[in-house]
Design a protein around this ligand. Sequence first.
Ligand SMILES: C[S@@+](CC[C@H](N)C(=O)[O-])C[C@H]1O[C@@H](n2cnc3c(N)ncnc32)[C@H](O)[C@@H]1O
Length: 503
Amino acid sequence: MTAVSDTAAPTPEPLLCAAFAADLDAADFRSEPLRSLWGSEADDALARGTREPILRAISGDDGVLATLGRLLVLGMPQPTAAVEAALPQLGVQGLVSLGLATLTEDAVTPTALLRPQSFVDADGIGEWWIASDLDEVALDGALPADHVLGVGGASRTLAEIVMPLEVDRALDLGTGCGIQALLVSRHAASVVATDISARALAYAELNAMLNGARNIEFRLGSMFEPVEGEAFDLIVSNPPFVITPRVDGVPEYEYRDGGLVGDALVEQFVRTAPSYLTAGGAAQLLGNWESRVVESGLDRLSSWVPADVDLWVIQREELSPLGYAELWIRDGGTTPRDAAFTRLLTAWLDDFEERGVSAVGFGYILLRRPANPTATPLRRIERMPQPVSNVGGALRQGLEAHDLLADGLPTTLFTASDVTEARHLLPGNDDPSVIELRQGGGFARTLKVDSALAAFVGACDGDLTVVQIVSALADLFEVPLVDLWADLEPRIRQLVLDGLLHG
Ligand SMILES: C[S@@+](CC[C@H](N)C(=O)[O-])C[C@H]1O[C@@H](n2cnc3c(N)ncnc32)[C@H](O)[C@@H]1O
């Protein structure tokens, strides 16, 4: 059994949080001022788990920002007098009362980290103060099983894919430090944030108070238990989807591991979430899915989705069982130099072998309960290994395009303003051998097209209807209209779905 934290969870208290926020604000305790203080190279080194460059850069600096940086960003004890001067409204005693530090005679010892977190979502750049448990660097050792994670790569990934929708009720399942709940709270009348961990909920509530979010309700419980019988317009979740062997001696971390075998937690989520959605409501989550010798992971995932629910899945990467095992063993802090590595690797590979797992996919899952129950549900399965960022708007646009096409192609189409065309010609040749349409925003898709489709897209400026353009092209290319229509129509629909054309 993995050890649990030896420090208590924070104690959120509104007045103390307001005083703390005022102090942090006055100190300009934000990402950019801190990065300027210690330099971008040192800042990047911390992201890789090394704090020494920051310590060197601010060595001897006992100013307010440097003191708060060492105390809250790095999680290191600081002289009581310096902390008292840095937090004039909250005071050292207030920090202790919030459960974020302990006090000895002459030093304040942090029991949590608190970092400014800038992020990008569909609204642009934002920033929060996020408290979470001391990390491996601050603890100088392995994480306890009940560790509450700060904002990590997966948190940012989910934030970048959440659709910018104004909604009435939103749910963040497995809220952890509360980052997703904070993000969606900007566009929701009310948010319910749940977690199986009371410790995580304490952090999430503290973070909501610190950042002035008043429309989030916190509930303890597993999966959908805390919201039984309720319905939401938007569900977001970065669930504990990591596949972990269920054998003695393999560490289990609450923040990444839901306690089920294989990808059963993701399966349960996908099967259950639609019954907690309003008509037109959407659920977005990150997940892993196992390809088995008998069935691909994407086929298994599709089979979990109720027949009347829209599914859009984007597989971002696929790892071999060995690659996956190494990734998550290292993530737990065990390297090949540690004696436990081989034992853990064997446990992971045995576990995969038992279920005939040939690969593990990772990606984004979007489920939607269609507003029109008679519409043909979307089944969109894509593999997208290239880097993408901030695609929440593109996902929303893709769903809108699916709805638009349910009534047939619009009479008139327009080329999206971010589309450009690239023509590749063999030297000395006037006819292009390859024509590409490139999307500047969204998923930044590049599509190979022929000259007929390129000419069609070029003519979509609103002057002519779709049928008029295709008729003119049939005359130009001297082909029967019916043949050209049969050839172009499905590809025009795809360009609408991909956001290169719109109605
Ligand atoms: C990967 S963390 C995500 C935290 C945060 N939402 C983010 O995006 O950074 C997963 C969270 O799910 C919680 N969790 C684990 N098992 C759960 C369960 N059965 N039901 C609800 N939450 C669970 C963990 O405590 C953890 O806070």
